[in-house]
Write a protein that binds this ligand. Structure first.
Ligand code: ADP
Ligand code: MG
Length: 366
């Protein structure tokens, strides 16, 4: 098993730089998920770690050894891609055995490994089949089996579940996580799916345009996003935002939106915020409270009215959409009341769940 260190890693294609100085320390046995929108450089970074792409600058250490110049096969890495890249004319057994065969390992040596991997991945009954006689999930498991029997010190996964249907994706997510808990290997897992990142990672690395926006444990990023990008990227439905200007309100400094609604600023922020400063308020859909009876609880929570425009029942909860501060907001509720478009509801914004960002820089404030 291996720890991995990336220091100042960048990548240039001719004049175009696509990865801009990545610093990342991954512990031995850690499951790290790189997440970010399409084109942000995730695959490029993975391919540099795997040795499939030259590193333009910076240092890559794998298991304490500088790996920049090592050939892929010298890095002791297994990689699983979105396309499973199985050999169509080879049986499941031979697909999994491909690595050991190439290395001319004795059969007695690798056969037990293949049988153990097949058992672990529920493929024991399929070893004689060709890939075309397998379901998508089974093919994906064969690709993982091939990766596992190599007993690598580092696993790289690049969007391995993107081609599977939704139900299978959820199932495979759990299987990959269980596999990691059994093998305790180091994993770097790439996805553009924030739910996959949240559910699988020990630590998440949020990337954007070739840079790291934030690194942290899933719930830490969810609860304290460092900037607007991370705040809007993690969570579904996404965090609600409203841009405002700091004013000296009657009850102390407040944030005033375009539609005239004012939200009292929490003490710590109020002390620093200068009148006229442009701030963006963020609050997650599940943290907005519906005050149907209109009773309120007093305190310093802000109450504001929203006219419901769209109602989306998902079964477990209902999403209500309307406008606040000129932006479309979503409120999720588990209440089974009969909400309707046109209905006016009162929203309470609990002070402890408000996020504030500098509108210009996008950085979190206090
Ligand atoms: P992701 O995996 O996050 O979707 P990629 O790492 O595939 O992103 O791509 C990052 C950026 O690098 C993209 O803008 C892409 O167009 C560019 N890129 C990738 N490969 C090459 C290449 N061989 N030549 C030039 N640009 C490339
Ligand atoms: Mg990619």
């Amino acid at each position: 098993m291996a720890a991995v260190q990336l220091s100042g890693i960048f990548k240039r294609y001719g004049d175009i730089q696509v990865v801009h100085g990545i610093d990342l320390d991954i512990d031995d046995g850690e499951f790290v998920v790189l997440v970010g929108p399409s084109g942000c450089g995730k695959s490029t970074l993975m391919r540099m770690v795997a040795g499939l792409e030259e590193i333009s600058g910076g240092d890559l250490m794998i298991g304490g050894t500088r790996a920049n110049g090592l050939a892929p096969q010298q890095r002791n890495i297994s990689m699983v891609f979105q396309s499973y890249a199985l050999y169509p004319h080879l049986s499941v057994y031979e697909n999994i055995a491909f690595g050991p065969r190439i290395r001319k390992e004795p059969v007695a040596n690798f056969k037990p490994r293949i049988e153990a991997a097949a058992k672990m991945l529920n493929l024991s009954g399929y070893l004689d089949r060709l890939p075309r006689a397998l379901s998508g999930g089974q093919r994906q498991r064969v690709a993982m089996g091939r990766a596992v029997v190599r007993e690598p010190s580092l696993f790289l996964f690049d969007e391995p579940l993107s081609n599977l249907d939704a139900k299978l994706r959820v199932q495979m997510r759990t299987e990959i996580k269980a596999l990691h808990q059994r093998l305790k290997n180091t994993v770097i897992y790439v996805t553009h799916d924030q739910i996959e990142a949240m559910t699988m990672a020990d630590r998440i690395v949020v990337m954007n345009a070739g840079r790291i926006e934030q690194i942290g444990r899933p719930l830490d990023l969810y609860d304290r996003p460092a900037n607007l990008f991370v705040a809007s990227f993690l969570g579904s439905p996404s965090m609600n935002f409203a841009e405002g200007i700091v004013t000296a309100g009657a009850q102390g400094p407040a944030l005033k939106f375009g539609d005239g609604v004012e939200v009292a600023l929490p003490g710590a922020v109020a002390a620093e915020a200068a009148p006229g400063a442009k701030l963006t308020l963020g609050v997650r859909p599940e943290h907005v409270e519906l005050d149907v009876a209109g009773s309120g609880n007093g305190g310093n929570d802000t109450a504001t009215a929203m006219d419901i425009e769209v109602v989306e029942p998902t079964g477990a909860e209902t999403h209500l959409y309307g406008k606040i501060g000129g932006s479309t907001w979503c409120v999720t509720t588990r209440r089974r009341a009969a909400f309707e478009p046109g209905q006016r509801v009162t929203l309470r914004l609990p002070a402890e769940h408000l996020h504030l960002f500098d509108t210009e820089s996008g950085q979190r404030i206090a």
